[in-house]
Structure formats: structure tokens, C-alpha cells
Design a protein around this ligand. Sequence first.
Ligand SMILES: *Cc1c(COP(=O)(O)O)cnc(C)c1O
Length: 407
Amino acid sequence: MTPEQRAAEFDAADPLAAYRERFTLPEGVIYLDGNSLGALPKATPAAVRCVVEHEWGEGLIRSWNSAGWFEAAGRIGGKIAPLIGAAPHEVIACDSTSVNLFKLIAAALQMRPGRKVILSEPGNFPTDLYMIAGLEQQGLAERRLAERDRLTDALDGDVALLLLTHVHYKTGAMHDMVALTRAAHEAGALVLWDLSHSTGALPVGLNAAQADFAVGCGYKYLCGGPGAPAFAFVAERHHASLKQPLTGWFGHAAPFAFSDDYASAPGIEQLLCGTSPVLGLAALEVGVELIAEIGVERLFQKSQALSEFFLASLKDHGVVLECVSPADSGARGSQLSFRHPQAYAICQALIARGVIGDFRDPDVLRLGFAPAYLSFADIAAAARHLAEVLANEEWQSDEFRQRAAVT
Ligand SMILES: *Cc1c(COP(=O)(O)O)cnc(C)c1O
């Protein structure tokens, strides 16, 4: 059987196949970059139009109360919560992942007086490392990096916080959240998980692992749209003692009392800073509801099947590529990454054929298998395109070697 024939059988048996119709996907495109910018749910334009034309256009300022704008950040956080193993009142949708990292790293430092070290790994997502740098500039933090197999050895009495990305953005490798959280706690440190590449792609158990803090992205697997609000999680046991540094009025216990003095909201709302981005939240809510409806367990099962099928199809085509993602599909997120010296040009050649993946410096071709809207037929076609690009050495063409600003 050819990969295409097997794909037809898999698609016919796929319980999630019908969800593809709930997304807008352009003709002629095989979208393997849902891990960078999720596809558009078909319900989003109407939802956003309603907020713009009706709630804003007609309701004006009244909509803060009558259309639920004021509660939106907490309401959507509550809908994200079950996807990440948290309670609804422990999650809030706000700001960017970067800003949420800053708030929670600073809060962790404040909760561990006498300790300044933030432990992370080299090659973590840049913004995670850069947000530590900002606190170093303030004299508040000290960065320590240890390779993944050395992290527990590096957890000593100086470490205030272990900051890790659960699923690595480049390789897709997944950390053992339970074991690392326990190790950090045994060393007296707190833990902050970046769930940007996990949320909406696979089940996460923050409370089962007794995690302290988490952040994550709204525009990847949650399909909230470009620059969608991110989210933040704080375990309930920390709500009373938390002190985050961005003490804006939306995080105040009574923003509309207009007091001169700051008093933080008692619950997760204390993570808010300024006025919630209502339009962005409206789009995010549609994506979150759709992903929650499909369910993260089923999504992860399908994403494992998709990536296994991709690897098997490459093999059928005789393609030999160095895969830098874990071989065990249970130990990686919804992506496969391949190392090749011409990864950038290969990626461009694939895009010219309508297969959109991405490139990560210096030599990684990253293909995401967003399970909510990809079919096995897409995967078979993508594998065939990649095999042909390599066999024809299409990447040799000059047009594919010019680097764009966003890769
Ligand atoms: C995408 C991503 C981010 C994004 O941060 P922004 O502030 O939204 O730009 C952060 N961390 C990780 C691990 C990511 O993959």
C-alpha cells in the first residue's frame, strides 16, 4: 500500500476527522506550522464581528458590564484550566507569555528570600531566558543554565525557581513535569512551566504534579490568532502570598474604587495589569472552546498517530534525515524536527510547494502536526513533497536561500 492509500484508511477511521471542517484552511496548503500560529476557527470572524459591531459599536462602555468584558480574562482562563490540569480559578488569560514570565519569575524570587538563582536550560526558548536577563539587570536574579540531564544536580540551596519549557520549541522533547517539580521542591525551589508548546496539543497535569506556576501561549495550539493574549497559572496555595511586580489597576482588589493605594485582588485576578484586550480575548475564547470540545487526550493520540505516520511515510520514500525529536511519540509534543545543513532552503522549497513548516536556527526544519485540523492525507502529501524536494535537490535553487525576517 502507498502512504496515500494508508492515509485514506486512517482518515476514514479518524474520530477527529470532522473537526477539520471547523477551521479555515486555504486551498492548496498543507499547514505544518500550527505550533507557531494556529489555524483560524471558522467561528472566529463572526464572534469578533459581534464584539466589534454589536458590543463595542452599540453597547459602547456599557459592554464592560453587559457583555462580560470585565470577567473575560478570568472566564477564558477557567476554560483553559482543564486543558492543563488546573482549577478554573487558578488560570487567567492576559498579557503576552513574555510579560507573564516576568511577573511570575519576579514573584517567585520574592517568595524565596535569600535565593537569587533562576535555573533553566541552555537552548530554552529565547524569551524565557531574556526575561531572566531583565531581572538580572535589576540586580534581583542570577541565571544558571544546566543541560537537561544535569538539572537536578544543579538544584541547590541558592535556586529560587526552576524555569523550563515543558515541550521544547525546537526539538519537541518533553520534560518529566512530575519528577522535575518534585526535585525542585525537595531543593526548596519553586517551579514555573512554560506550556506554550503543550497547551491544546497534549494533556498537562499541573496540579497532579503540584506545579507552582505556569504560563502559555494563546496563538499556537489554542488558535487564538496572531498575538492572542497568553495565560498564566498560579496554584491556589500561593494566591495569598503572591506579590507580582506589575501592579496595574486591573489587578487591584477594587479597580473602580480609584484608591490612591494598591491592594492586590485576592485571587488569580491579581495577575492582571492593564485593561484587558477585549478583541483579542474574543478570538482566543473561540479557539479555546473548540480545542476543549475536541479534548486534549484525543488530540494527543491523533498527533502521535500523525507523526508516526509521517516518519513511516518518509521511510517508504527512502528518505534518510536526522530526526532530533525523541523517537518515542509519547515523549515529544506535536512536532518533528529534522537537522540538515540546508534546512532553511528545504523549508522554503516546501513552502513553494504549499507545505508550510518552519525553520529554526541554525539547521532545524520543524514540522508541526496540529491534530485538530490535519488529515492523514495531508501527512502523506507532505512526506511525498519532502522526499521530492530532497531527491531533486530543489533546495539548491538561489530563490530558496534568501532569509526573511520571520522564519
Ligand atoms: C511561542 C513561545 C513564547 C511566546 O512568547 P510571546 O511573549 O507570546 O512572544 C514563549 N515561550 C515559548 C516556549 C514559546 O514557544
